[in-house]
Design a protein around this ligand. Structure first.
Ligand SMILES: Cc1ncc(COP(=O)(O)O)c(C=O)c1O
Length: 456
C-alpha cells in the first residue's frame, strides 16, 4: 500500500491529469444528485477485501460519481453561499496534502503555520482589530463560531457566581443557523432579537431592558452578523459594540459569509464597529476564494481563547515546552489534530496580492447591483429589498412557493443553473422568494439575464 510501483505512477498521472483538466475548466458540468440505489447500480461494490484497484476506482469517480455532485464554482451556481476557489489555492491544496504536515503545534508545523499566520495577519488587518488581536483557521464558520462561543462562556464562568448557571446568548433572527446549533452544543439558551433586518444597538438594548435581573445575569455573549446568509444584511456593529461594552458582554461578529467584503472599499464602512469585537468569524472558503474547508476565528485577546481551548495531556507536554517557541493553533479553537487549512489561502494571497482579492470581491458586489437593475427593469419581477453585499432577493410576480421550487428543479435538471428559493419575513408571515448570492467573478451579466428570462 505504501510502495512506489508502476500502478502508483499510473495513478499519479491519472490524478494529476484530472486535476489539471478540472482546474482549467471554466464552465464545469452542473451535476445533479442521484439516489443511493442509482449510484450503487452504476458503480457496484467499491470497498472489497482485495480492493478494486486505483485505476478502476478513479474511473468510477471521474465518470460516474463526480457527475452526481454540483461544482460550487459553476458561474450559474448562485444558491446558498457558493464558492470560487482560485486556481492557485486549489493547486496548493494538493501541495498541502502532499506535504503531510501536522498543523496543531509549532514544533511540527512551524514553516506551514508561519504561512497561515501571514494570511491571518491580513484578515486581522481587514477588521482593524487592535493588537494583540489574532486568530486561527478552522474547518469552517460553524467551528469558528463554536470556538468563539466556548471562549466567551469560559471567560464568563471564571466568575464563581456564574459557575452553576446556564448561559444566555442574544442574537437576531437573521443569525445563521449554526449560531443556534452551537448554542445547543454548549447548552446555553438563545434569545432572538426579532428583526430579519439589521439588529441595532437600540433594538438590542430594548431586549436587554425587557429581561429580569436573574436573566440579565445569565447573558454572556451577543452575536451580531456581518452579512446575513439570507440577504447580506450587516447588523449595526458600532451600536451593538456600544451596548456590549457598557454591559460588559462578549461581542462576537459572525462574518462567515460577509467577511470577505471587508476587503472591498465600496462597502467597508458598513462594517464599522467590527474592530471592537471580542471575536470574529470569517470564512475564506466562502468569499475569499479558498477551497473547502477553511474558516477562521479571530480574537481581540487570544490569551482568553487559549485559556478556554488549550488541551492538557502527558503526551502533549513536549509541545508546550519545545513548541512554546512558536504559535500553537490548537490552543485557540476546538480541534487538536488539524490540517494546515490556511495554506491554500496563503499561497493564493502571496501569488496574486491583496489588491486582486479586493477586485474579485468588488466584482461579486457589482454583479448583485447589476442583477438588481435587471430585476427592477423586468415587468414580471420585483426586488424584495435592495441588493446587499452580494445577495439579491426578488420575487416573480404571481408565483406561489411551488412555482419557485419547480423552476429551481427545472433549471438544475437541465444543467443550466442552480438558483434556489428562500423565505423573507413580512408583516403577514413568511413569503417565498428567489435569491441570488454572487461569489464567482466569472459570472456574467448574460448569465444573470438568461436566468431571469427563464422565469417568464
Ligand atoms: C453567516 C454564516 N455563519 C456561519 C455559517 C456556517 O459556516 P460553515 O458552513 O462553514 O460551517 C454560514 C454558512 O453559510 C454563514 O453564512
Amino acid at each position: 500500500m505504501h510502495d512506489i510501483d508502476i500502478e502508483m505512477v499510473e495513478m499519479t498521472l491519472d490524478v494529476v491529469k484530472y486535476a489539471i483538466n478540472r482546474i482549467t475548466k471554466t464552465n464545469p458540468e452542473l451535476g445533479k444528485p442521484k439516489t443511493e440505489a442509482e449510484l450503487r447500480a452504476l458503480v457496484g461494490e467499491t470497498v472489497t477485501n482485495s480492493g478494486i484497484g486505483g485505476e478502476k476506482a478513479f474511473e468510477l469517480f471521474r465518470d460516474v460519481l463526480v457527475k452526481a455532485t454540483v461544482p460550487i464554482d459553476h458561474p450559474r451556481h448562485l444558491a446558498f453561499v457558493p464558492a470560487a476557489p482560485t486556481r492557485a489555492a486549489i493547486l496548493f491544496d494538493l501541495v498541502t496534502s502532499a506535504s503531510s504536515i501536522h498543523g496543531a503545534y509549532w514544533m511540527e508545523g512551524a514553516g506551514g503555520i508561519f504561512c497561515e499566520n501571514e494570511a491571518m495577519q491580513w484578515l486581522v488587518s481587514l477588521t482593524g482589530m487592535p493588537k494583540p488581536a489574532f486568530g486561527v483557521f478552522t474547518s469552517g464558520g460553524t467551528a469558528a463560531n463554536l470556538s468563539a462561543l466556548v471562549a466567551a462562556r469560559e471567560k464568563w464562568r471564571k466568575d464563581p457566581k456564574n459557575k452553576n448557571i446556564k448561559g444566555l446568548m442574544i442574537t437576531s433572527i437573521g443569525a445563521h443557523s449554526s449560531i443556534k446549533a452551537m448554542a445547543k452544543v454548549i447548552d446555553v439558551d438563545v434569545l432572538l432579537v426579532e428583526t430579519e433586518d439589521a439588529m441595532s444597538g437600540a433594538g438590542l438594548q430594548s431586549v436587554i431592558n425587557g429581561l429580569d435581573a436573574s436573566e440579565i445575569a445569565r447573558v454572556f455573549v451577543v452575536v451580531a452578523t456581518g452579512g446575513t446568509t439570507n440577504a447580506g444584511i450587516i447588523d449595526d456593529l458600532s451600536g451593538v459594540a456600544e451596548v456590549c461594552e457598557q454591559a460588559r458582554l462578549w461581542f462576537h461578529v459572525d462574518a462567515a459569509y460577509g467577511g470577505g467584503a471587508l476587503a472591498a472599499k465600496s462597502v467597508r464602512h458598513l462594517f464599522n464597529g467590527i474592530e471592537r469585537a471580542d471575536s470574529v468569524t470569517i470564512d475564506p472558503h466562502k468569499w475569499l476564494f479558498s477551497p473547502y474547508d477553511c474558516g477562521a476565528v479571530l480574537y481581540k485577546n487570544p490569551e482568553e481563547a487559549k485559556e478556554a481551548h488549550s488541551q492538557e495531556g502527558s503526551y502533549l507536554e513536549i509541545f508546550k515546552d519545545e513548541g512554546a517557541h512558536g504559535f500553537n493553533p490548537s490552543d485557540y479553537q476546538i480541534q487538536l489534530t488539524r490540517r494546515l487549512r490556511g495554506l491554500p489561502l496563503w499561497y493564493s494571497l502571496a501569488t496574486h496580492g491583496t489588491e486582486k482579492y479586493a477586485w474579485a470581491v468588488e466584482e461579486g458586489i457589482k454583479l448583485a447591483n447589476t442583477a438588481g437593475k435587471l430585476i427592477a427593469a423586468h415587468p414580471l419581477l420585483e426586488l424584495v429589498r435592495e441588493p446587499s453585499l452580494s445577495c439579491v432577493l426578488y420575487r416573480r410576480k404571481g408565483w406561489e412557493p411551488d412555482d419557485y421550487r419547480n423552476w429551481t428543479y427545472k433549471n438544475h435538471e437541465a444543467g443550466f443553473a442552480l438558483v434556489t428559493p428562500t423565505k423573507w419575513k413580512t408583516a403577514d408571515g413568511y413569503e417565498t422568494v428567489s435569491r441570488f448570492c454572487f461569489i464567482n467573478p466569472d459570472t456574467t451579466e448574460t448569465d444573470i439575464r438568461d436566468i431571469l428570462n427563464s422565469m417568464e
